[in-house]
Design a protein. Structure first.
Length: 380
């Protein structure tokens, strides 16, 4: 069950979803802002045109530019703007410094009918990850399941957009990714031990919103901490530790995040670091060091074709009946209805595809400045 709240900063609202167990996730969405004049609605096609043109200007192949733009905009459609087109600027900076190769060639290091290992060549993470999940889907279609691991990749944005690739093909999808050095405390410690790995699962349906679980292994993401800092908000209790290992509510003082659900998030973070780390020759976060350049990332993708495991109609009938019955449960106080993970984002995404994406004013101004610098006409 999810409770949607609004925490207002200086110029936008931050929508917060809180599970009944007390875990907290957050997605920024100016659609819920109490100060609606700060929101600028941008048509999806126009935003896609701009982002693709920007990538091509930075020498990316058009097909790669299309993949990169699609993944960024899908994150925006789900309200995850910190992982969407707001991240475009940092990706361009990484291209300029050589940390991202805009024309990278993805190499196949190992390939069997069931699995593959790819070398991303430090290409744009969204492009490399898209190819990794597509290959996993292709293998699952051929033999039932497909597993693809990627080494030498880059930051890939929102994990949910990759499991949605599998969902759109009628498959169950899973992915996880590594990040930089350890920034999440070990359970029972005040010092960092693991990275804040993202984990996502997706389960398809025939017509209703699919089940999409997209979570960090810590109580939040660092992007969300940065957003609260930007808008002058304090951190919720129990989110972060300062440099001395003491609890802090100041986003500027936060140096270590606490694991989600204590030992559970800690264990998930460690396991994710294994799959997106030593399994493909990468380091565990505990042994990574901070670098002035963008850290390379490892990724792990898994796809399951339900038709190989039983009757497809029976699978969907039992799944969808349960989902319908759960959504029909009586909501608790403070809830308008009972939802499954991914419902809110799905409802929002379907609406914004039609009506345009409301982006915060400084987000749009950043895109305008990028376009102006690259001598690109803004298509809105």
């Amino acid at each position: 069950m999810w409770l949607e709240m609004v925490v207002c900063g200086s110029d936008q609202a931050v929508a917060i979803s809180i599970t009944r167990s007390g875990d907290l996730t957050m997605s920024e969405t100016v659609a819920t802002s109490r100060n609606s004049e700060q929101a600028i609605v941008v048509p999806v096609d126009a935003l896609n045109e701009l982002v693709m043109t920007v990538f091509v200007k930075k020498t990316m192949y058009p097909a790669d530019a299309e993949l990169g733009s699609q993944r960024l905009i899908e994150a925006d459609l789900r309200g995850i703007h910190s992982h969407g087109t707001r991240a475009l600027k940092s990706s361009l900076e990484a291209i300029d410094t050589g940390d991202i190769d805009p024309r990278a060639h993805v190499l196949t290091l190992n390939d069997t009918p069931a699995m593959a290992v790819l070398d991303g060549g430090k290409g744009l993470g969204h492009v490399v990850a898209s190819r990794g999940m597509k290959l996993a889907i292709d293998k699952a279609r051929a033999i039932g399941t497909g597993t693809v691991a990627v080494r030498n990749g880059q930051y890939f944005g929102a994990a949910s957009v990759y499991v949605l690739m599998a969902v759109n093909e009628g498959m169950i999808g899973y992915c996880t990714t590594s990040s930089g050095p350890a920034t999440v405390a070990a359970y029972g410690s005040r010092q960092p031990a693991t990275a804040n790995n993202a984990i996502a699962w997706g389960v398809p349906t025939r017509s209703e919103a699919p089940f999409i679980l997209d979570m960090d292994c810590a109580v939040s993401s660092w992007e969300k901490v940065g957003s609260l800092k930007k808008y002058g908000e304090t951190l919720p209790d129990g989110w972060a530790l300062d440099k001395d290992g003491n609890q802090t509510a100041d986003p500027a003082a936060a140096k270590t995040l606490n694991p989600a659900a204590g030992a559970r998030g800690y264990g998930l973070a460690f396991l994710s670091s294994v799959l997106a780390g030593p399994l493909v020759g990468g380091k565990m976060p505990f042994h990574k060091t901070r670098s002035p350049v963008r850290e390379v990332s490892e990724h792990f993708f898994y796809a399951i074709d339900p038709s190989y495991f039983g009757e497809t109609d029976e699978f969907y009938e039992r799944l969808e009946t349960a989902m319908t019955d759960i959504r029909a449960l009586e909501p608790a106080d403070g809830f308008d209805k009972v939802r499954l993970p991914g419902d809110l984002e799905w409802e929002q995404s379907e609406r914004w595809k039609r009506d345009g994406i409301p982006l915060q004013r400084d987000h749009v101004q950043m895109l305008d400045k990028l376009a102006h610098r690259l001598k690109i006409d803004v298509p809105w």
